[in-house]
Design a protein around this ligand. Structure first.
Ligand SMILES: *[C@@H]1O[C@H](CO)[C@@H](O)[C@H](O)[C@H]1NC(C)=O
Ligand SMILES: *[C@@H]1O[C@H](CO)[C@@H](O)[C@H](O)[C@H]1NC(C)=O
Ligand SMILES: *[C@@H]1O[C@H](CO)[C@@H](O)[C@H](O)[C@H]1NC(C)=O
Ligand SMILES: *[C@@H]1O[C@H](CO)[C@@H](O)[C@H](O)[C@H]1NC(C)=O
Length: 350
């Protein structure tokens, strides 16, 4: 049970559907919301029918719960179930969930807040009396394989440093170079990717900018944007073109995290990378940023190029020993999380 409010809210741009996230976001989102609602509703059914075996469909074995001050924080499904069984003995009740918000922080991660009203009907010498309780329930729902970014976003969520709203690509594409060894398909991109010198893909790029504008205006404001690979390239390009187009408006977000990023580029006739120089003017990015680069990443030199064009006073570099991925191991997660916390602090408090 968690407070969904976080210090810094990020848009999360991950172009690849992590392995086992079989469904494209446009379809699975609805299904996922229904699944989450069913899970929450099962709680009501379990306590009202006194079928406590159902609780294992609601809580993970290591779940924690805090029902009231007298019991404090309950650790584990076994103690949650025991307290409910004892507390509900001989009671007839009717629990209803109402107001509900489901926020996705990854393709397979969501956080919900619901209001709960429980009505208890007195028995024995209390027959005819009705007691009501009110509460707010929060559920964090992680599918088993949240992708390697899951450890980072979880770490930042733990102390409410940051929350993430996942934005998936909508265009089916081939896996990028090296990607098929890391993630199973299907693969999605935000715009036709990679772009080639000889084709004009501006319309597809513009629709990706529009997608971000749309999400920011309907679900925002957001404090930051975190992009990986092609998602980081989009995040960078989106911010730079926004500043050009709206020079007198504040930037759409206050900070950015680029993981394994490449500057906007096109492939030439021999598949060589040709940077879009319009994006590489010094000072193109005017907000604080963190650049996470991988020592063994095949795009390392490109990630460093992007870092080099960002304002040195505002850009921080984090180097990990891995390849083209968001590392999930403890040491690198700690390194990245520290940089993002510090970034959030700089962005929010100057
Ligand atoms: C989801 O998006 C993809 C790519 O845009 C499209 O091919 C697919 O039909 C969509 N699925 C549904 C159920 O709308
Ligand atoms: C509890 O719910 C489960 C799952 O729906 C069901 O199989 C079981 O029979 C129920 N137990 C009782 C005692 O109703
Ligand atoms: C009501 O019943 C409970 C147990 O069934 C008993 O402990 C309590 O003293 C009773 N209260 C009154 C007011 O009779
Ligand atoms: C995430 O962290 C857990 C616990 O430390 C670890 O077992 C798991 O391998 C990590 N995931 C990745 C993708 O590194």
């Amino acid at each position: 049970m968690h407070n969904p409010l976080a210090v810094c809210s990020f848009l999360l741009l991950l172009p690849l559907s992590p392995s086992n996230a079989q469904q494209p976001l446009n379809r699975s989102l609805d299904l996922a919301i229904v699944e989450i609602q069913n899970t929450l509703n099962t709680f009501s059914i379990a306590v009202d029918t006194h079928n406590f075996t159902l609780l294992s469909d609601v809580f993970t074995p290591d779940a924690t719960a805090n029902f009231d001050d007298s019991h404090g924080e309950l650790a584990g499904l076994v103690s949650i179930s025991a307290v409910l069984q004892t507390g509900l003995e001989g009671l007839r009740s009717w629990h209803a969930l109402s107001t509900q918000v489901v926020a996705f922080s990854g393709p397979r991660e969501a956080r919900t807040t619901s209001y709960l009203q429980g009505t208890f009907f007195g028995q024995g010498n209390l027959t005819g009396q009705i007691f009501t309780t009110y509460g707010r329930v929060g559920v964090e729902d992680y599918a088993e394989d949240a992708g390697s970014h899951g450890n980072l976003t979880r770490d930042l969520g733990k102390d409410h440093s940051a929350s993430f709203i996942y934005v998936g690509g909508e265009i089916s594409c081939d896996p990028g170079p090296g990607i098929e060894h890391i993630y199973e398909g299907p693969y999605y991109s935000y715009y036709n990717w990679p772009q080639r010198l000889e084709t004009d893909d501006q319309e597809s790029v513009q629709s990706a900018y529009d997608l971000l504008d749309d999400i920011i205006s309907t679900e925002g404001p957001f404090d930051g944007i975190l992009g990986f690979s092609h998602g980081a390239t989009l995040a960078f390009a989106f911010l730079v073109q926004h500043a050009r187009k709206h020079p007198y408006e504040p930037p759409p977000v206050r900070c950015a995290v680029f993981v394994c990023a490449m500057p906007p580029f096109r492939l030439g006739g021999n598949d060589e990378w040709i940077y879009d120089q319009a994006f590489l003017e010094p000072g193109a990015l005017a907000i604080p940023s963190v650049h996470v680069v991988g020592k063994s990443d095949f795009v390392l030199e490109h990630s460093l190029k992007l870092y080099a064009v960002c304002d040195a006073a505002r850009a921080r570099l984090v180097v990990h020993g891995k390849g083209h991925e968001i590392p999930g191991d403890k040491e690198n997660v700690a390194l990245m999380a520290l940089a993002v916390r510090e970034l959030a602090h700089r962005a929010m408090f100057g």
